[in-house]
Design a protein around this ligand. Structure first.
Ligand code: NAD
Length: 371
């Protein structure tokens, strides 16, 4: 394939992030063909035309189906709200396109299963937007674990917190409706789950509690509407290879802006990482003289690939959008037949199963097996 033809659906927060990645992947990595930005779809034509001009796409449409039917497109980036993921991804796969779809897969497990089924046997690549696993520091944690740097891992603790729902007077929004999911669980617990899956594999059983810090939120007519889902969740879990752990997520956590704090405890040491300080990790090794033992800070550097593709100097730091460029390189690599790091629809379905098992556990008040 000389040039990969790209279609982009949606141009909000993630749509722009995908567009930046498609524009940057060839110059940054230098080992893949420059993609051709063919067609962009938005909810209406004027917005699509505006964004196509800004992002460098050749054609614009107010109907995403035009893009699916376009023979010049090889891969479709889906960056629309969750409820559109299943119909758009399935239509794209059925039309013979590769798919790069934002997380989570879909609000219901049945839709996520249908997406995985459409991908299976399609002969096309179907990858999800789990960008945090692409951080060179997370990749380095994976390497350290595989080398036994902290011995056998026995316990993992992970917290994900943001504060966009922390104010009791933040207006009622679609994300507060039950129709859009359980709340913090599927809105963002899937991110820490993607990191756990990448480092350790899938969850086997879970015990979950969920909380609603505010019972209602303001609506435009001056009254308040009851909040239908949960902004916080706490989960005990077991991983497939016998590791126990705790997952806590809260989207009403004042002061936390993009926290994904990971603590990994092993038989010979510990590793700490926090996405808010995404260019460093802390390593403790129970080795050498006890009087000098302590956590060491390791800064991101060209020795932590693919940091070297962006910056030749250590400690200067990558950012969120660069994780998407790395993810884009993994996607293109898969399309070209390479075995790359990324979460496809099949593995993504395991993450969805864990989320739904957590919700069942909360509803039934007991441990649930992830199935
Ligand atoms: N990977 C991450 O770190 C990350 C971060 C934020 C959001 N997300 C995911 O990205 C997705 C989008 O979230 P966002 O924050 O970018 O939302 P957003 O509201 O900023 O953008 C969504 C865009 O989709 C467009 N759209 C809606 N309906 C459409 C239609 N029928 N056809 C074409 N375009 C349509 C909207 O006009 C808007 O521009 C969600 O699934 C979300 O979970 C992922």
């Amino acid at each position: 394939m000389d040039r990969i033809g790209v279609g982009l659906v949606g141009t909000g927060y993630m749509g722009k992030c995908h567009a930046l990645a498609w524009n940057a992947v060839a110059p940054v990595f230098g080992d893949v063909p420059r993609p051709r930005l063919v067609h962009l779809a938005e909810a209406n034509l004027p917005l699509a035309e505006k964004r196509a001009a800004e992002f460098g796409f050749e054609k614009a449409t107010g109907d995403w189906r035009d893009l699916i039917d376009d023979p010049e497109i090889d891969v479709v980036s889906i960056t629309t709200p969750n409820k559109f993921h299943a119909p758009m991804a399935i239509a794209a796969l059925e039309a013979g396109k590769h798919v790069w779809c934002e997380k989570p897969m879909a609000p219901s497990l049945a839709e996520a299963e249908a997406m995985a089924k459409a991908a299976e046997g399609s002969g096309r690549v179907a990858m999800l937007g789990y960008n945090y696993i692409q951080n060179p520091m997370v990749r380095h944690i994976r390497k350290l674990l595989s080398e036994g740097a902290i011995g056998a891992v026995n316990h993992v603790r992970v917290e994900m917190d943001e504060d966009f729902m922390a104010d009791a007077d933040t207006p009622f929004a679609a994300r507060n409706e039950a129709a859009n999911g359980y709340g913090a669980l599927d809105d963002f617990a899937v991110h820490p789950l993607s990191i756990l899956q990448t480092l350790f594999g899938n969850m086997t059983r879970v015990l979950c509690d969920m909380d609603k810090p505010y019972a209602d939120r303001p609506i435009p007519d001056g009254t308040r509407r009851a909040v239908e889902n949960y902004d916080a969740a706490s989960v005990l879990f077991h991983l497939r290879d016998g590791i126990s752990g705790v997952l806590m997520v809260n989207r009403a956590a004042w002061g936390r802006k993009g926290r994904i704090a990971l603590q990994i405890f092993g038989s010979r040491g510990s590793i700490l990482y926090d996405q808010e300080r995404m260019n460093e990790l802390q390593l403790y090794q129970a080795a050498g003289r006890e009087s000098e033992q302590g956590f060491r800070t390791i800064l991101a550097a060209p020795l932590h690939p693919p940091y070297d593709r962006f910056i030749p100097a250590p400690g200067h730091g990558l950012g969120f959008n660069e994780l998407k460029i790395i993810e884009c390189r993994q996607l293109v690599g898969r399309i070209l037949g390479e075995n790359t790091l990324g979460i496809g629809f099949e593995d993504g379905l395991e993450i969805e199963r864990a989320v739904h098992a957590m919700a069942r556990s909360f509803q039934r008040g007991r441990w649930e097996v992830v199935v």
